[in-house]
Design a protein around this ligand. Structure first.
Ligand code: ADP
Length: 632
């Protein structure tokens, strides 16, 4: 067979272009990516060999080998792992756009990522990083357990195409051969390679081996030096989680974090413990200082690395941690799970359930403790990751109150930059205040100015200001210490228990008239218990979706049934006295009809919405202004 030429999928090509042309610093991460791929390939082979020994091909020594060749200008990274068939190589290295690719490219285009190229690893686009230092790459691979003749040679010069060819390959696994660019020949230097391996791959479980040439005293010819070549393992392979906490320095903890999370920053907190009893395992977990950029993407990989008695089983085990703690990175090494545990088995495994419960509790306890005794640090955490954590209030019913306790809020009573908690809020509730009130808005200023707040401010009731789009979904309907969280823009609110029967009688007919006039636009018109200075406002039903969320969902193309809202009018506003006496004297007339429309438009304007028909609104308003001035 002659080599078959193929084209990279568009996204892959664009990605390669961007990597080659826009990333200049931290180029050395290419080696970490290749070693990490090699290590994954060995893990896969090892895992498969537990049930099918033919993949071993009689070779149980797992090795990742680095071979610099100064004469040829090539750097080769080899492994004796699972290898690839020709079809797999075409798919994995040319045609599959990894799920994170598009998001990653978007970020690459932003200035930010150019300064943080270490993020390459977080997105699983590792292999292509090698094109930053090589103008040609050859991959020789053979699937473990297949015949020697079934090898594949894949090659590309990053010109938008690659070739595949059949080759004979003796050993199983993969060799990645980089033809280094002229300016990047330093990566052939022994000490450069050592440095990179210890910096990025020290904790890789499998040995990263390189043949080193040294001068030694000759044992035959006394006094003479001879050159000897010997294999050396460059990485320490320490399973640091098995060591005692007192034996591990902060630097070692941090280094391991860098390795496992591919985050260059230092973690905010380390959780390292050994559980004994119903389940035996060691957990070494980290809370990052910064939210990973892709944490809100659907393809963000959740869960710690799972080991069973020091053997890596899975690089992200999502059954071990709830999604709202997905920022937690680290490893769990279980003593109880079987070595050949499959993904399916993990899902319904009681041991896994126990570990997950235990880990969840540990993390939440740590956060609670931090909030108490290291408040400043906790605020930092909350700013970065509170948004993810609070999903738990909605998703983990049994812990919703505990998680709600970890939330920090702005409120009508917090000073600039300060935050409050639900506990403090409840402690400060006024006599006669039944509920915990909140308002959703896009800024503190906007929320404070809402007409819905008037009665609360007037009565000095504290209102939480929720400024995140998802807050209404999370906090609406939550009960905390027996108190319901209620949106100030929803439901029929009566803050004081005074009898409103007289007012209802007084305005009954006018309200009926407005209702009839606006029946196509609003669900109801009623007297308001929440307004003080404004004439009217729009409110939603108790169980309705917050209008901000409705808007957001519509913007995302989701079809929502158009929920009609309720117009509330302020019986204490002079406008209604005037309207009421006109109505009583003259009955319904066209002026009052126009007023009805204007009331609704006003209410919309106050929410930052457009009047239903802006041109008609402006025309009516101008005419009424002209008439009012004439009458003076
Ligand atoms: P990722 O490793 O995050 O999936 P890469 O671009 O680094 O992304 O690799 C793409 C795919 O190529 C891998 O998922 C794997 O299937 C395959 N691959 C890369 N290197 C090797 C290797 N040394 N052995 C076997 N398969 C490999």
């Amino acid at each position: 067979m002659t080599a078959k030429k193929m084209e990279f999928r568009t996204e892959v090509r664009q990605l390669m272009d961007l990597m080659i042309h826009s990333l200049y610093s931290h180029k050395e991460v290419f080696l970490r990516e290749l070693i990490s791929n090699a290590s994954d390939a060995i893990d896969k082979a090892h895992y498969q060999s537990l049930t099918d020994s033919s993949v071993l091909e009689g070779d149980k020594e797992w090795t990742i080998r680095i071979t610099p060749d100064k004469m040829a200008g090539t750097l080769t990274v080899s492994d004796n792992g699972i290898g690839m068939t020709a079809d797999e190589a075409v798919e994995a290295l040319g045609t599959i756009a990894h799920s994170g690719t598009r998001d990653f490219m978007q970020l690459l285009k932003d200035k930010d990522i150019k300064e943080n190229p270490e993020l390459i690893g977080q997105f699983g686009v590792g292999f292509y990083a090698s094109f930053m230092v090589a103008d040609r790459i050859t991959v020789m691979s053979r699937k473990a357990g297949s015949k020697c003749a079934e090898g594949v040679k894949w090659e590309s010069s990053a010109d938008g195409t690659f070739t595949v060819d059949a080759v004979e390959k003796k050993g199983k696994g993969t060799d990645v051969i980089l033809y280094l660019k002229k300016d990047d020949l330093k990566y052939l230097d022994e000490w450069e390679i050592r440095d990179i391996v210890t910096k990025y791959s020290d904790f890789i479980e499998h040995p990263v081996v390189m043949e080193i040439e040294r001068e030694e005293d000759s044992s035959v010819d006394k006094g003479k030096k001879i050159k000897v070549r010997r294999d050396e393992t460059l990485n320490s392979r320490k399973a640091i989680w098995l060591k005692d906490r007192s034996e591990i320095t902060d630097e070692e903890y941090n280094e391991f974090y860098h390795h496992i999370s591919r985050d260059f920053g230092d973690p905010l907190k380390v959780i390292h413990y050994r559980a004994e009893g119903t389940s035996e395992f060691v957990a070494l977990l980290y809370i990052p200082s910064k939210a990973p950029l892709n944490i809100q993407y659907r393809d963000f990989r959740i869960g710690p690395v799972l080991y069973v008695r020091r053997v890596q089983i899975m690089d992200h085990c999502e059954d071990l941690i709830p999604p709202y703690l997905r920022f937690v990175r680290g490893i769990i090494d279980s003593s109880d799970l079987p070595l050949n545990v499959s993904r399916e088995l993990l899902q319904n495994n009681s041991q896994v359930e126990i570990i997950k419960k235990n880990v969840t509790k540990k993390v939440l306890d740590l956060l609670t403790e931090m909030k108490k005794s290291e408040y400043e640090s906790y605020v930092k955490f909350h700013n970065e990751l509170g948004r993810v954590l609070k999903e738990g209030i909605h998703l983990d019913f049994s812990r919703s109150e505990a998680i709600a306790d970890l939330m920090l809020f702005q409120s009508t009573k917090t000073a600039d930059g300060a935050l409050t908690t639900l506990e403090a809020y409840v402690g400060n509730m006024k006599e006669g205040q039944e509920h915990i009130y909140y308002i959703c808005g896009s800024s503190r200023d906007e929320a404070m100015k809402s007409p819905h707040m008037e009665a609360f401010l007037d009565r000095d009731f504290e209102v939480l200001l929720l400024l995140d789009e998802i807050d209404d979904l999370i906090f609406g309907g939550l009960e905390y210490k027996g108190k319901k969280l209620k949106s100030v823009i929803k439901g029929d609110l009566k803050l004081d228990k005074t009898d409103t029967k007289d007012e209802e009688k007084q305005f009954g007919k006018l309200v009926g008239f407005l209702k009839e006039k606006l029946k196509d636009e609003v669900k109801d018109v009623r007297l308001s218990g929440r307004l003080k200075d404004s004439a009217c406002c729009l409110v939603s039903d108790e169980g309705a979706v917050d209008p901000r969320i409705e808007k957001m969902m519509k913007a995302m193309g989701q079809d929502l049934p158009a929920g009609k809202r309720i117009l509330e009018i302020n019986p204490h506003h002079p406008l209604f006295d005037a309207m009421n006496s006109t109505f009583e004297k003259e009955g319904p007339n066209s002026l009052l009809g126009e007023y009805a429309g204007l009331l609704l438009d006003q209410a919309l304007l106050m929410e930052g919405e457009r009047p239903k028909d802006p041109a008609a609104f402006s025309k009516t308003l101008s005419r009424l202004m002209a008439e009012a001035i004439k009458e003076k």
